[in-house]
Design a protein around this ligand. Structure first.
Ligand code: SF4
Length: 324
């Protein structure tokens, strides 16, 4: 292994962090905490305090570029630079300018995590055209479920949002990885799943990523969908490019779970840190199956992912995390 990557935590630039959906990702936060057009029940950043659909400038745009320029030279390799954070990035009216300017200073692919609610606006769609991957969300295609799970800003219309995503697909040459977040008992009924399937068929994302709760939600009583439910939904949507993002929660999530294999995996990682690819080569197991074992060991604080020399390694868990 080579030198560790320094961990940046400035006002707008954070990470790099190991991300399940984006590999090694340097985050850009361009929205004040918690400014969003939605107030999702499951939000892992807390409740929305500024519920708005008004686009505006939140800070002098050069601030972000200066922070990024200062951070980049110390980072050897990134899978993505990602607009994310604790609010909705398309609310920042400088987003298109940021994307164009970042492309001039970095060759890393650019990703934007968005709740997709403003894509009905042509200016928002135009701003996103320079991104390499756009990761919008769509959790419901029935108005009642949308209101319940996403608690939208007044004035947002679900059909406009779906039509906006569909229009964006036609205009945008990059990848669209659309996330559907499932909350048990809220958007997992047959009518909801059928409406979502029809909307997804219209939007034609490159991937549909099924996710559920991993950290404490903004509102109490929100229940995570278990793996079996997400697998069932995947089976109900044949023809859609569905993958499951949610982490395995327990050993029942692993078909033919083997305690012996888990122990030998742990012992191997204790001897030396290894990447997922190393583990695939060593164990001859598939990536999905291995990830489930790793999820459980990580949840139990027996191993941890760290970024070293531009790769994500799994190593034995230590109370004091190594510097990244
Ligand atoms: S859209 Fe994202 S940031 Fe906004 S409330 Fe929902 S989960 Fe949180």
């Amino acid at each position: 292994m080579t030198t560790s990557i320094p961990h940046h935590q400035n006002r707008h630039v954070f990470g790099p962090v190991p991300s399940r959906r984006l590999g090694i990702s340097l985050g850009l936060d361009i929205i004040p905490y918690k400014t969003c057009s939605l107030d999702c029940l499951y939000c892992e950043c807390g409740r929305t305090t500024d519920l708005t659909r008004e686009r505006r400038r939140f800070f002098p745009p050069l601030e972000l570029l200066e922070e990024l320029r200062a951070a980049l030279p110390a980072i050897p390799r990134l899978d993505f630079i990602t607009f994310s954070g604790s609010g909705e990035p398309t609310l920042n009216s400088d987003l298109g300018w940021f994307i164009a300017e970042i492309k001039k200073v970095s060759l890393s692919p650019l990703a934007v995590l968005t709740n997709g609610t403003l894509l009905f606006r042509q200016d928002v769609r135009r701003d996103l055209l320079g991104a390499d991957v756009v990761l919008p969300s769509l959790d419901a295609a029935l108005a009642g479920s949308f209101a319940r799970i996403n608690q939208p800003c007044p004035g947002l219309d679900l059909e406009d949002i779906i039509a906006g995503l569909e229009a964006f697909r036609k205009e945008y040459a990059g990848k669209i990885w659309l996330e559907v977040f499932i909350v048990k008992g809220v958007n997992d009924g047959d009518a909801d799943l059928a409406a979502l399937q029809a909307a997804l068929a219209r939007i034609r994302p490159d991937k549909v990523q099924l996710n559920s709760l991993d950290r404490p939600p903004a509102y109490p009583g929100v229940e995570a969908a278990d793996f079996a439910l997400l697998e069932r939904i995947r089976g109900q949507w044949p023809g859609l490019p569905v993958e499951i993002i949610q982490r395995a929660r327990n050993r029942e999530d692993i078909a033919a779970f083997s305690a012996n294999f888990e122990n030998s995996l742990l012992n191997t990682i204790r001897r030396r840190p290894l990447t997922l690819d190393d583990l695939v080569a060593l164990t001859a197991k598939g990536r999905d199956e291995l990830r489930r074992y790793l999820d459980i060991l990580e949840r139990e604080k027996r191993i941890q992912p760290v970024i070293e020399g531009g790769q994500i390694f799994y190593r034995e868990w230590t109370a004091t995390p190594p510097t990244r």
